[in-house]
Design a protein around this ligand. Sequence first.
Ligand code: PAF
Length: 285
Amino acid sequence: MIIVEAIEEIKKICKSSRDGRVIVPTMGALHEGHVALLDKAREFDQIFATLFVNPLQFNNLDDLNSYPKTLEEDIDIFDKNGVDVLFMPSKEGILNHDQIKTIDSGPAGDIWEGNFRPGHFDGVLTIVNRFFELIRPSKAIFGLKDIQQICLIHNKLSSAHNVEIIPVETQRNPLGLAYSSRNSLMTEDGKRKASIMFKALKAGKEYWKVSSNLLGVKEKVSEVLSSEPDFKLQYIEVKPLSDIAESGFSDLFKEVDLNHKVIMIAGSVEGIRLIDNIIINSNKY
Ligand code: PAF
């Protein structure tokens, strides 16, 4: 694996043909969810990964400063999982004002997560756009835990850069807690409590199957979540994918349509903010 830090060097390496070039963007603190993204990436010829904790997508300085950092372990995981080139730019290099173009996520970036994290998706799209410009991948892989993120990247960047966006299912621990870099900030007891999120999502999905009643789904999810007093709920959305996904949607989800509904929840345990979601009409995702 080659590790590249300089912008000019990554540009030079990426001048060659982009066929079969896949990118896996990350902020490090790798876990089983990232390993699943890298497993998918190995279906392609040239695997590029990025490791950059992007300050543009944090609307809270404490959250940025406490973001877990495990550089040596991360490099080892990238290497062992077949990454050919790891791009780890400096903040000054990648966020250079003369070269970076701000991408506006539009109205779909202001709802759900965006409502609670103003500017978050503009920050995500701005950095991913910069990676696409520099690395020129033909495919890019993202996890479905951040369902709004992947839909917005697909809406705003996929056709502009002619990059196929490939989703990978959310990976979960044996209790059902979605793997997230932030999990390492919780105790084992906290992780057990946080697993109420997936129990609630599954109960909501089951309720939908028997009732097709969206309001009832929300109530069901809320009821299950409230059985864990140490889970502090921020929001529950039960909305159609059309709220966050635009045309060309079927390129992203082969067996899901825009009318299908998502249950999206956010909340915290031990002060650590977590998100999770489930598509209630699909057996696949
Ligand atoms: O999902 C993430 O880890 C980040 O939002 C991403 C896509 C690497 C952009 O910084």
